[in-house]
Write a protein that binds this ligand. Structure first.
Ligand code: DGJ
Length: 725
């Protein structure tokens, strides 16, 4: 039983895997948080709400307010509010009282619904808790309903507030910041008194921050220590605030951003906030990530996509850019087949224009038919790129519907010129349902007619001049929120229409890295930065929140970043780094020698051989390139009979050796045979020769694997396989 209700229906103990979470209705009917942490078997072990006083002179009234399950602005409450409402009578405070609970047993989880009623206005808040019995994670969200005959304005409307336990040490916050080309950069800061806000105001959920947090007491590492974490499922503007009050009490409040977003609830109207998942792990940051990875694999990703391995992709962007045409694409497809690609993708440039999602008649005079036929005859699947949220001034769609542009009344839309592709576009107002419907119809037709098995959704700008144009006020809505709902609505329909369709959430490289997108998109562009060395850090940040197999992009095997950083990396290093996620090649194969084509084929074959582990296994980040000249990533099969270890070097210093690589997650008593990939035949006796005899899981954990890397961009892959498994 995941949800246990005690004390005449007033005390709630939720157990998700090895984690428990509890709250209670006080005598004054207010809902007070009690506990979050390791599993408890008895509700009697929970603290009494009245004892949760962390300062002896703390007034009762303030204490009650601080530990609210869903803090509301009222009386002496001065901290971050989950809800702040302004009623028609001018009252701006809300006192919510518990009004009942309901438990629903679903086939794979239990759902608790708590109803709160405001004491003097007909406003109700329902708090939802979806408890996954096998995972240390709870999904929370709320539904706010105005039952009055007059409107209510909501200034704050968070999904949830997560109250942290009292900690003897300062909490330490791990968050992910970044920008284009340097996404999901791990940052760690102590949570001192006051507030720290992570947010997005771009209209997308990124790229300057990821709607994710992790908190530990400053003593967790990748493999051990208690970590509390959360991720918000929202693809537009969001805000997560970590607040420590002067009495050492810390809470994390998050949801849709209140910036530029006052929500008016009409009479009888309800608003449902996005899901905010929260979890706990005693096994450090990798442990926390594994909970999030399993959760997404089992409960978030489209099931058909999650069950399939990720194909080897060839994408035209890294070598042909927008200059695609029938001739160069046919040539590329033949070579892609030789290097073992399973999915051939035409990226940007095939289309008539942004907004017109049919082939450019000059570049593809015969349409896409000859390309699709060749690709299929070679045994590959076919995929296409789209960027649907903008349209070009030169498009047929703009000429037909200039009123669909996002703009303020009486003003021209904000235009954007993208020099690298020589294109001027404006944003489509996706908050309009008619616009969303039109784009959905175009995409549906495109997928149905071409039979593509992969669709890459790009988004290369931020929301600009977010206005309804000259639309009459009665036809306007909540622009920031409707925009996101309509975007989800399109892809929810498309993935229901085509459940086999693998979609990539590209967004210029992880600019919409949120779990709401992961409901429809099985792959994500981890970064436009496909430099193999930078990938060592990018993958670490990416996998904090996202399953490693989702780590996509167009061209891991390529030299497409040379024009930016003038770094050349060997093919093997590019391929091994690419195999950390969903491998793609974007190299100009027409310039490859026969030997290079054969070499790339060897790597794609190796990826196919190992992907049942890398795509479906548990990830342990054993060493960080932020701290060492190398990075070590270990993937362990769910049944622990196999593991793949990537040892990836940047620049080794002089004669420094690598300490033995101690592995995690293996069966202690099982014996594993080891195959090493990537070692070159020694040129002289300065190269140490290692043997890799079979080792037990216990030996691998305590003695470790001894290996060596030399110079720059040296790398190894170890495949461990249980003997007689
Ligand atoms: C940005 C993407 O991240 C790239 O992979 C590529 O699709 C370009 N846009 C195309 O314009």
């Amino acid at each position: 039983m995941s949800i246990f209700i005690d004390r005449s229906g007033n005390r709630f103990l939720l157990t998700a895997g090895e984690m428990s979470y509890a709250f209670e209705v006080q005598e004054n009917s207010r809902l007070i948080h009690l506990y979050w942490g390791a599993k408890l078997d008895r509700s009697d072990d929970l603290p009494e709400a009245a004892d949760q006083q962390w300062h002896r002179h703390y007034s009762d009234r303030q204490q009650g307010a601080s530990l609210q399950e869903y803090p509301a602005f009222y009386g002496e409450y001065y901290h971050e509010c989950a809800i702040k409402a302004e009623y028609a009578d001018g009252v701006r405070g809300s006192l919510f009282r518990f009004a009942g609970s309901r438990v629903q047993k679903k086939f794979d989880h239990e759902l608790l619904e708590i109803t709160l009623e405001e004491e003097s206005h007909p406003l109700t808040v329902k708090l939802f808790y979806r408890v996954w019995p096998e995972l240390e994670l709870i999904d929370r969200w709320s539904e706010i309903t105005n039952h009055a005959e007059t409107p209510v304005a909501l200034e704050n409307f968070a999904s949830a507030a997560w109250q942290l336990p009292a900690a003897p040490n300062l909490w330490r916050l791990t968050h992910l910041s970044g920008h284009w080309g340097k996404e999901a950069t791990i940052e760690r800061i102590p949570v001192s008194t006051g507030k720290f806000t992570m947010e997005s105001r771009t209209g997308l959920s990124g790229p300057f921050a990821v709607p994710y947090f992790a908190l530990d007491e400053g003593n967790a590492d990748e493999l051990s220590g208690e970590v509390f974490f959360g991720a918000l499922h929202w693809s537009g503007n969001w805000k997560i605030t970590v607040e420590r009050d002067p009495y050492d009490h810390t809470a994390v409040t998050g949801g849709i951003h209140d910036f530029d977003n006052r929500l008016i609830l009409k009479p009888q109207e309800s608003f449902t906030t996005p899901v905010f998942s929260g979890g706990w792990s005693p096994a450090g940051f990798s442990g926390a990530s594994r909970v999030l990875h399993r959760y997404q694999m089992r409960h978030v990703l489209p099931p058909v996509i999650a069950a399939r391995p990720m194909p080897v992709i060839f994408n035209s962007w890294g070598c042909i850019n927008v200059h695609v045409n029938e001739e160069n694409i046919l040539r590329a497809a033949k070579l892609a087949n030789r290097i073992g690609a399973e999915l051939f993708v035409i990226d940007d440039g095939w289309q008539h224009a942004l907004g017109d999602w049919f082939p450019d008649p000059v570049k593809f005079p015969n349409g896409l038919k000859p390309v699709i036929e060749l690709v299929r005859s070679l045994g590959m699947e076919f995929g296409l790129w789209v960027e649907i949220e903008s349209y070009e001034l030169a498009s047929d769609l703009y000429k037909a519907h200039p009123e669909w542009a996002m703009r303020y009344p009486g003003r021209e839309p904000f235009t954007r010129y993208r020099a690298d592709v020589d294109r001027t576009s404006v944003m489509l107002n996706f908050a309009r349902r008619d616009v969303a419907e039109h784009i959905y119809q175009q995409l549906h037709k495109l997928v149905a007619e071409t039979g593509i098995k992969y669709l890459k959704l790009d988004m290369n700008c931020f929301v600009s001049s977010p206005g309804w144009g000259d639309l009459p006020p009665e036809q306007q809505g909540r622009i920031w929120i409707d925009y996101v709902h309509n975007l989800h609505w399109i892809f929810e329909r498309l993935s229901a229409d085509f459940p086999e369709l693998l979609m990539e959430n590209c967004s210029s490289g992880a600019s919409r890295a949120d779990l709401a997108m992961t409901r429809f998109f099985g792959r994500m562009n981890r970064s436009d930065n496909q430099d193999a060395l930078d990938m060592l850090k990018l993958h670490e940040g990416f996998t904090m929140a996202n399953p490693p197999r989702m780590a996509g992009g167009a061209c891991h095997i390529s030299d497409s970043m040379y024009h930016v950083n003038h770094r050349r990396t060997p093919l093997q290093f590019q391929a091994f780094c690419g195999m950390l996620g969903s491998l793609a090649c974007g190299k100009d194969l027409t310039h490859c020698t026969e030997a290079e084509l054969t070499e790339i084929r060897r790597y794609t074959d190796l990826y196919k051989k190992l992907r049942h582990i890398t795509n479906f296994g548990d990830l342990y980040r054993l060493a960080s390139h932020r701290e060492h000249p190398w990075a070590i990533y270990e993937y362990v099969a769910q049944d622990r009979s196999e593991a793949v270890v990537f040892l990836l070097g940047g620049s080794m210093q002089f004669a420094d050796a690598i300490p033995p690589v101690k592995l995690a997650g293996l069966k202690p008593d099982a014996l594993y045979e080891i195959t090493c990939y990537g070692e070159k035949a020694p040129e002289d006796d300065s190269v140490r020769q290692f043997r890799y005899p079979p080792i037990t899981g216990r030996g691998a954990a305590n003695v470790g694997l001894q290996a060596e890397l030399y110079g720059d961009f040296d790398c190894r892959i170890f495949h461990l396989k249980e003997v007689n498994a």
